[in-house]
Design a protein around this ligand. Structure first.
Ligand code: NAI
Length: 405
């Protein structure tokens, strides 16, 4: 089967920059502004070889199975929880996302929040909205010279580190793996050591079993009196009840929170949280990475990955498939992209089949992951239909396609 045919379907109003990247595939493109009801998805996906979604489209096994022509799914967002990744892998459907396109947006918001909290702006602003003119210097500090403790020194944490030092902050960080300190930042092996010296603690860890509830009552208690907490990472990292108590009691000077253990599924449901109404607490609806720049960067990143996969077969950046990257196909070479069950003897059967056709193999790269193997072969050109007939006979074949001039 060759999948260089079919169409591209983009749902959920994906940023137009994606179209520019996908134009390279030469496939017709259909754009739908909103999400499509689950029941209607099979109809919309008929004939589609590439599907672009954001976070609202749930792609379960049934949908993936029914979309027979589907070669790749692009999640134009960070997470991929909305897709049954294993079901996609079992059918050799690649899934791509954009893990780092909104790094800068989160770092910028965090900097803004640190300044706002240290000047007690949330409270000052809500006072003004109800007509109270509370001109006071009490509790108001510059960020210059204050210590920022960054927990999780990955893409966002390290970017924040640089911006904070630019403002004259002293930066300490804690990570479970050794990270190169940027600028003058100092690593702290012990989380509690970081908590006890920081004027503001900012969390940038992923949601894992280890980070679930990592900021509980004991950790909040270990923070400096009057310090601030920022959580723009994941909702379950902080014990929200304990945080509410720490702010109410005056142990903490305030907090900025963008992510919550339970978030409303839509704008019509009420946001419930013990943090509502607390003094000097900035609440935002999971918008840390939501900027126009990030949306455009996401569209470019995922669009490029999809186009490259279609034209070259590269899975190095896919989240669910064995990582196989070969340099771009040379002119006058035909590329065979073959997914098969990871059992002995498949490659030798492919070699025998190709040798039987008198086809020379010029490049080959194989990678396996669990029960799935993916091999890319660059061979001398031959009628694609003849190769298809041969490869179909190999019983372990899951799917394949060929790319030629
Ligand atoms: P990343 O993977 O680049 O960095 C995470 C860092 O945390 C890594 O260096 C890792 O070693 C470290 N880490 C993991 N477990 C740890 C632990 N128990 N203690 C200390 N360090 C630990 O991730 P990135 O891109 O920096 O994102 C960080 C978080 O921000 C993620 O949870 C992500 O979901 C969230 N995020 C939130 C957004 C929003 O809209 N609020 C937007 C984008 C990301």
């Amino acid at each position: 089967m060759s999948n260089d045919t079919g169409s591209i379907v983009l749902l959920e109003g994906i940023h137009p920059a994606a179209e520019e990247m996908l134009a390279k595939t030469g496939l017709p493109l259909k754009r739908i502004e909103g999400a499509v009801d689950h029941d209607r998805l099979p109809e919309v996906l008929e004939g589609a070889s590439i599907l672009g979604i954001r976070s609202r489209t749930q792609l379960d096994e049934t949908i993936i199975q029914r979309a027979e022509n589907l070669v790749a799914i692009g999640c134009f967002c960070i997470g991929t929880n909305q897709v049954d990744l294993e079901a996609a892998a079992r059918r050799g459907v690649a899934v791509f996302n954009a893990p780092f396109s909104n790094t800068r947006s989160v770092a910028e918001l965090t900097i803004a929040e640190i300044i706002m909290l240290m000047r007690r702006i949330p409270q000052r602003s809500s006072d003004m909205h109800v007509g109270r003119w509370q001109k006071s210097v009490v509790g108001s500090r510059e960020v210059r010279g204050r210590t920022l403790g960054i927990v999780g020194y990955g893409h966002i944490g390290s970017q924040l580190s640089i911006l904070a030092e630019g403002l004259g902050m002293r930066v300490v960080y804690h990570d479970i793996i050794e990270k190169l300190p940027l600028g003058n930042a100092i690593a702290r092996d012990d989380l509690h050591a970081l908590l006890s010296e920081s004027d503001v603690v900012s969390l940038h860890v992923p949601a894992t079993a280890m980070t679930a509830g990592m900021m509980g009552a004991a950790e909040l208690e270990a923070m400096k009196d009057g310090a601030f907490l920022v959580n723009n990472a994941r909702g379950n990292v902080v014990d929200i009840d304990a945080l509410a108590k720490a702010v109410e009691s005056g142990k903490l000077g305030g907090a900025a929170v963008d992510v919550f253990p339970e978030e409303p599924r839509s704008g019509t449901s009420e946001f419930q949280s013990p943090l509502r109404g607390l003094e000097n607490v900035l609440l935002t609806p999971h918008i840390g990475g939501s900027t126009r720049e990030a949306q455009s960067a996401i569209a470019r990143e995922v669009g490029t990955k999809l186009a490259r996969y279609l034209k070259e077969g590269a899975t190095g950046t896919a989240v669910n498939l064995p990582a196989v990257d070969l340099p771009p196909r040379q002119e006058n070479q035909q590329r065979i992209l073959h997914f098969h069950h990871n059992v002995p003897g498949v490659l030798s059967r492919m070699h025998t089949a190709l040798a039987g056709l008198g086809v020379n193999i010029n490049a080959e790269y194989l990678q396996s992951q669990g029960e799935l193997s993916y091999v890319i072969l660059d061979v001398d050109p031959i009628d694609p239909e003849t190769i298809h007939q041969e490869l179909k006979r190999i019983p372990e074949t899951i799917r394949f396609r060929t790319i030629s001039d």
